[in-house]
Design a protein around this ligand. Structure first.
Ligand SMILES: [Zn+2]
Ligand SMILES: [Zn+2]
Length: 132
């Protein structure tokens, strides 16, 4: 049975709006150095979707992108600087940041790249076990 649930998301100023449809293929937290440095935040809460599940329906012209590595094309709103998504072409998945789709029931099941976590976020082993 296919899941046609839709979730609305938008950038910080609202100029860029998107809809995601269905179910994410994975949800979790990324502790990698790239996510941290790009976002200036300690951790990235991600939701991974197949690219065809993600539709930018307003403000596409305001979308800017930056590709530092072959794995990731990071996109944000050029008007407000709000981060929106990261495309992972090699994985065939798009990360729509959990923070911009508030209606989605965020159910994190993994912490990835935890070995790269910075000095900002040290989860104790016990707390990690409870989380997973
Ligand atoms: Zn914006
Ligand atoms: Zn990352």
């Amino acid at each position: 049975m296919s899941d046609n649930s839709t979730y609305e998301g938008q950038c910080f100023c609202g100029a860029v709006q998107l809809t995601v449809t269905g179910k994410p293929q994975a949800m979790g937290y990324c502790h990698c150095e790239s996510c941290r440095h790009w976002s200036a935040g300690p951790v990235n809460a991600f939701t991974l979707w197949s690219p065809e599940s993600v539709q930018i329906h307003k403000g596409y012209e305001h979308l800017s992108s930056y590709q530092k590595t072959v794995q990731s094309i990071r996109k944000w709103c050029a008007l407000c600087g709000g981060h929106i998504l990261t495309e992972h072409p090699e994985m065939g998945l798009t990360d729509v940041y959990a923070a911009i789709i508030p209606q989605l029931d965020f159910q994190p099941s993994v912490h990835v790249h935890y070995q790269e976590t910075g000095r900002f976020l040290k989860l104790s082993a016990t707390r990690l076990m409870k989380r997973l």
